[in-house]
Design a protein around this ligand. Structure first.
Ligand code: NAD
Length: 450
């Protein structure tokens, strides 16, 4: 039996081992899910809604415990981890509204009555990365369950604990055995089996663009629908007519939150040339004040990176670059990395590749057209922010930037009630928002001759 050793990123010390599931165990979980899904789909809409509300309530009762686990396995600051656990409960509560609202249509036709139904796929496979282990899991499992599916979920090898606990809490809340099964294990074993297993009828994958592309190719061979949430290289676009103080104060959170290990991280800052020096002058104290340290401390804004290997990769982005200034980070054990601001040119590696660490590239632009061109000069298209006090410009630029999730004078990307997802190499399909559950259904049309 193979095991995954878990390491506390804040200390570098290993603290637990989790058994990695085999192919046979994965197949057995899918077989149980097939059976559980039939009864779940036959439940009344109110029955499914009530079960999800009970699940939400049980999660809410365990916010402290879930948050502590996320601090331990992922190094998230405690206040962020508590937000994440509460967010899971909110996604469940919001999804609980869906079973009673998945209305079909009645379409006028000759000679009878025509109606559509939103039928669940059956079993849905959800594959989760390590950066936001429980929130991203919930974006898949909650609406999939609401739509009448069973779910098999594979957490990332480095961070399985919160997902495993959520699987236990689902049972505690009274969800039927086999309906929602968390299967820790290796991507190429468990995750790949979701792609090839004929009874897994839809896959949701969040992770790197490289692996996501392979998952999509595998799903294509099975004619299996797939939702992909992949990488990003999003931009903060700061115009000369912005409130520069507000923008500069917001930038650290927009890229250094979760130590930059965020698909929505604004890892490029595009600044209009006429305010470039002034903006950097405002940014420097904001970066120096960004508190990096013990994730158990309530004052901490940023913890460590996830692993030693990942820290090496992030560090490689600083080779030969022009560092403008850095914040501070603890030294010693743990995978620490100080927030870093780099002056860059459009062709530089630091300005083109996803870093997934607390490193941001600053680039100047001349005018609105130049800003749009630079913002779109990337294979990715996930998130981004536009900073301007000019309403017309805000509308024009937000329509012109090829990204799925934008904000104006804000760095927020995620709300459970609004759609989330990427364009271009950042993904396919959308999660969250009013249509989330419908994305886990297929439309059936039935004509009744009269
Ligand atoms: P990753 O692609 O290495 O792994 C993601 C998941 O896929 C893990 O559970 C892994 O075990 C599994 N996996 C690996 N090989 C597989 C295979 N052959 N078949 C099926 N599953 C397989 O990504 P990561 O390093 O865990 O996460 C970081 C990446 O995730 C970044 O690129 C980040 O931008 C992206 N991400 C995107 C979003 C989004 O919503 N767009 C959110 C979070 C993270």
């Amino acid at each position: 039996m193979s095991v995954q050793t878990l390491v506390d990123p804040a200390t570098g010390a290993s603290f637990a081992e989790v058994a990695a599931s085999s192919l046979a165990e994965t197949d057995a979980a899918v077989a149980r899910a097939v059976v559980a899904q039939r009864s779940w789909a036959a439940e009344s809409p109110l029955g499914r809604a009530s079960a999800l509300r009970r699940f939400a309530a049980v999660v809410r009762d365990h916010v402290d415990e879930l948050a502590r686990l996320e601090v331990l396995e992922a190094g998230h600051p405690i206040s962020s981890a508590e937000w994440e656990a509460e967010h899971v409960a909110q996604v469940l509560d919001y999804s609980a509204g869906a079973p009673e609202r998945l209305s079909g249509q009645q379409i006028p036709v000759a000679g009878g009555l025509d109606v559509t139904f939103h039928e669940p796929y059956g079993v849905v496979g959800v594959i989760v990365p390590w950066n936001f282990p429980m929130t991203i899991a919930s974006w898949g499992f909650a609406p999939a369950l609401a739509a009448g599916n069973a779910v098999v979920l594979k957490p990332a090898e480095l961070t399985p604990l919160t997902a495993i606990r959520l699987g236990e809490l689902a049972l505690e809340a009274g969800l039927p055995d086999g309906l929602f099964t968390v299967i820790p294990g290796a991507g190429p074993v468990v995750g790949q089996r979701f792609v090839t297993h004929p009874e897994v009828r839809k896959v949701v994958f969040t992770g790197s663009t490289a692996v996501g592309t392979e998952v999509a190719a595998g799903c294509a061979r099975e004619l299996k629908p797939v939702t992909l949430e992949l990488g990003g290289k999003s931009a903060n676009i700061v115009f000369a007519d912005a409130d520069l103080e507000v923008a500069a104060a917001a930038v650290p959170a927009s890229v250094f939150d979760n130590a930059g290990q965020d698909c929505c991280a604004r890892s490029r800052i595009l600044v209009q040339r006429s305010v470039y020096d002034r903006f950097l002058g405002l940014l420097e104290p904001a970066v120096r004040d960004w508190t990096v340290g013990d994730p158990n401390d309530r004052g901490t804004q940023m913890g460590p990176l996830i692993s030693a290997a990942h820290r090496d990769r992030v560090a490689s982005f600083l080779d030969g670059v022009d560092v403008a200034f850095r914040g501070s980070a603890p030294t010693g054990d743990g995978f620490w990395f100080a927030p870093t601001v780099v002056l860059a040119q459009p062709g530089d590696r630091v300005a083109r590749e996803e870093i997934f660490g607390p490193v941001v590239a600053v680039l100047p632009f001349d005018d609105e057209a130049d800003a749009i061109r630079l913002a779109n000069d990337t294979v990715y298209g996930l998130a981004g922010s536009i900073w301007t006090e000019n309403l017309g410009r805000a509308v024009r630029v937000s329509r012109a930037v090829r990204s799925g999730v934008l904000s104006v004078n804000s760095h927020s990307s995620v709300r459970y009630a609004t759609p989330f997802g990427g364009m271009k190499a950042s993904g396919l399909g959308r999660e969250l928002g009013p249509d989330a559950a419908e994305h886990f259904t297929q439309t059936k049309n039935v004509f009744f001759a009269t």
